[in-house]
Each structure stands twice: as structure tokens, then as C-alpha cells.
Design a protein around this ligand. Structure first.
Ligand code: ADP
Length: 339
């Protein structure tokens, strides 16, 4: 695989009257050609800035940023303008021309790029068909729903056949269901057209379902990055753990935890489950040590085509025997003590 986007020690500082803000802080990160790369993090973490550096909407303060073989840091504004034809971007507020029809909006970048009329019309029809809006070609933006407007935005961003599509859905004006539709369309763009997609989103369910890899940002730094499976199954950072626990709902917290504690006086541990963790075999042998177990909480689902989840168990028996079973469990998977 080759890197289509590579951040090398990239920093972006905004200076204003109120002082300076380091929005992106010494970031090293690469996006592979043909993947869907998700950027997540709390508000103000630097996600939008990071993505806007890629197409030069914000200029890098220091470091190198290689996009499809060229360092955008060294480019002049006119070179960047040319470069942006290879990088589509969709905006949260859609930025459509109200006075132009759907077809007119999609045709606009082609007109600017000097495409002849007949080629342009054919391309617009192809794009509208792709995003499922062929029957709305002659409508005006105000006649469309938010989701449809975003589809027009996607068709327009794809018009000139970019290699990269940047999508900032983080403060999306769309309801969650429509956002999911839009993100599903991004998957189609990626799989059918081979376009590399970089998406900022708050919909972690979508990251889990659609993205190949993910980076988690905090205060301008990448606190972790990796495949969605790695990150969701074993988050390395505190922020990562907080994000993941909101999606998986497979570990008892808060009231659930209090209820479990009250109802189950034995030792309580949570075991991570994944393909090949031989938890059943260990539990089947627990009785021989005089230990009984109860499953008190948990959930197992699919993550990137593999089983993944966790089970919370209450183990009851003489303390040394329970220790022994917990040690055996640790031998096959990750075990977390539940306080
Ligand atoms: P996110 O997308 O994760 O919410 P942003 O990239 O929008 O984060 O912002 C990161 C930080 O940079 C914030 O502290 C924000 O206030 C600051 N910032 C973003 N854009 C500008 C700007 N044009 N001028 C000054 N500060 C900015």
C-alpha cells in the first residue's frame, strides 16, 4: 500500500489578537491510497484544521505534508488551486448555489475547468445517477431535503474525478439517520470509484461500520491511530477508551455497575472476547477448582468481520481457587477487575 497523504511533523498555529492557538501539534500521520480514514476527537481537538491542511484551505505552519506525491506546504496559491481538482471536499453547510439547479450546481466545477457542454451534460447525468438524484436534476436546492443537498455536494465534489474526498461531518446539519445515509454514500464512493476518503465524524457507529483506519485527536495531537479493529478492541489512550465505551456498551458502568455489584457479591471481572480467545475452555475447567461462575453483563458483535465484545463474570468460590481461575483467564484473554 502506498501513502496518498502523509503528514510529517506538521504543526498549525493560528495567531490572532487573543494570542496563538496550536490547532495541530507535531502530527505524523499517513492515509493509504484507497482507504476510508476517519478522524475523531472532541470539539476543538483540531480535526477540521487537520483536514483543511490537506487541500490547503489552511496553510501549514511547519512540517511537510505530502499529498499524492507533492508537498503542499511548498505550493503557491495557484499551484494549490490546480491541486484541489484532485481533492474533492464536502461542506457541512452544503455551499450550493441557490440560483442554480441541481444539475447546474454539479456542472459548475466542470464549466470552470473548461469541459465542453456535451461532455459536461453526460458527466452530470452519470454523477446524479450515482448519488441517486437523477430525477431531481432540474430542482433547486431549496426544494431538497438536507440529505439530498449533501448528495448534490458529493456529486459536485466528485465531478472532476478527484482521487481524494474530504468530508467534515462533525458538526453536520443533518439528523443522525441522514448522516448515516450520507456516510454510506461515501462508502460507495470509496468502494466503487476507488476514491480515498478522509472523514471527520462524531458518529462512532459509522466509524465502526465504514472506516478502515482511524485517528483520535486531542489538543492538536494524534493520541492514537490504527485499524478500526485495533483501536476499538484495544484503545491505547484515555480518550480512545472513552469513545469506544460509548459505542460498544459492552462493559457495565454507572447504574448498571452498581446494580451488578449489589446483586453479585463474588469477584467480578470483565473478559474481552474475540475470535480465538478460548474463554469457554477455561470456564469449563473452573468447576474442577471449586469455582462457579455466572455471566452478569456483556455483548458480543462483529467488528470488521471478526467477533468482538466482552463478558462480565461473577466468580464464586474459595479466594485462592478464584485467583487461579482468573490467572487462567488472563492466559487466554484480557481481564479487567470490576471494582
Ligand atoms: P475541531 O474540528 O476538532 O472541533 P478545529 O480544527 O476547528 O477543531 O479547531 C482547533 C483549535 O483551533 C480550536 O482551539 C479553534 O478555536 C482553533 N481555530 C480553528 N480555526 C481557527 C482560526 N481560523 N483562527 C483561530 N483559531 C482557530
Amino acid at each position: 500500500m502506498s501513502h496518498i497523504i502523509e503528514f510529517r511533523d506538521v504543526t498549525k498555529v493560528f495567531s490572532g489578537r487573543a494570542g496563538t492557538v496550536t490547532a495541530v501539534d507535531h502530527v505524523d500521520l499517513s492515509v493509504e491510497e484507497g482507504e476510508i480514514f476517519a478522524v475523531i476527537g472532541y470539539s476543538g481537538a483540531g480535526k477540521s484544521t487537520l483536514v483543511r491542511l490537506i487541500n490547503g484551505l489552511e496553510r501549514v505552519t511547519s512540517g511537510a505534508l505530502i499529498v499524492d506525491g507533492e508537498d503542499v506546504v511548498r505550493m503557491s496559491e495557484s499551484q494549490l488551486e490546480r491541486k484541489r481538482r484532485d481533492i474533492g471536499m464536502i461542506f457541512q453547510q452544503f455551499n450550493l448555489f441557490r440560483s442554480r439547479t441541481v444539475a447546474g450546481n454539479v456542472a459548475f466545477p466542470l464549466k470552470v475547468a473548461g469541459w465542453p457542454r456535451d461532455k459536461r451534460d453526460a458527466r452530470v447525468a452519470e454523477l446524479l445517477d450515482f448519488v441517486g438524484l437523477l430525477d431531481r436534476a432540474h430542482s433547486y436546492p431549496e426544494q431538497l431535503s438536507g440529505g439530498q443537498k449533501q448528495r448534490v455536494g458529493i456529486a459536485r465534489a466528485l465531478a472532476a474525478g478527484p482521487k481524494i474526498l474530504l468530508a467534515d461531518e462533525s458538526t453536520s446539519a443533518l439528523d443522525p439517520e441522514t448522516t448515516q445515509d450520507v456516510l454510506r454514500l461515501l462508502k460507495k464512493v470509496n468502494r466503487e470509484l476507488g476514491v480515498t476518503v478522509v472523514v471527520i465524524t462524531h458518529e462512532l457507529e459509522i466509524v465502526r461500520a465504514l472506516a478502515d483506519r482511524v485517528a483520535i485527536l486531542e489538543s492538536g495531537r494524534v493520541v492514537e491511530s490504527g485499524t478500526v479493529f485495533e483501536t476499538f478492541s484495544k484503545p491505547a489512550s484515555e480518550v480512545g477508551r472513552r469513545f469506544v465505551s460509548t459505542v460498544l456498551h459492552d462493559q457495565p458502568r454507572g447504574d448498571d455497575l452498581a446494580r451488578i455489584r449489589q446483586a453479585h457479591p463474588g469477584r467480578i471481572v470483565t473478559a474481552t472476547i474475540h475470535d480465538g480467545s478460548r474463554l469457554g475452555a477455561v470456564l469449563a475447567g473452573a468447576g474442577a477448582h471449586g469455582v462457579t461462575f455466572e455471566i452478569v453483563y456483556g455483548g458480543i458483535g462483529t467488528l470488521q468481520a471478526r467477533s468482538f465484545g466482552s463478558l462480565t463474570l461473577e466468580l464464586t468460590g474459595p479466594a485462592p481457587a478464584v485467583d487461579r481461575v482468573v490467572a487462567d483467564l488472563r492466559g487466554v484473554t484480557e481481564i479487567e477487575e470490576v471494582a
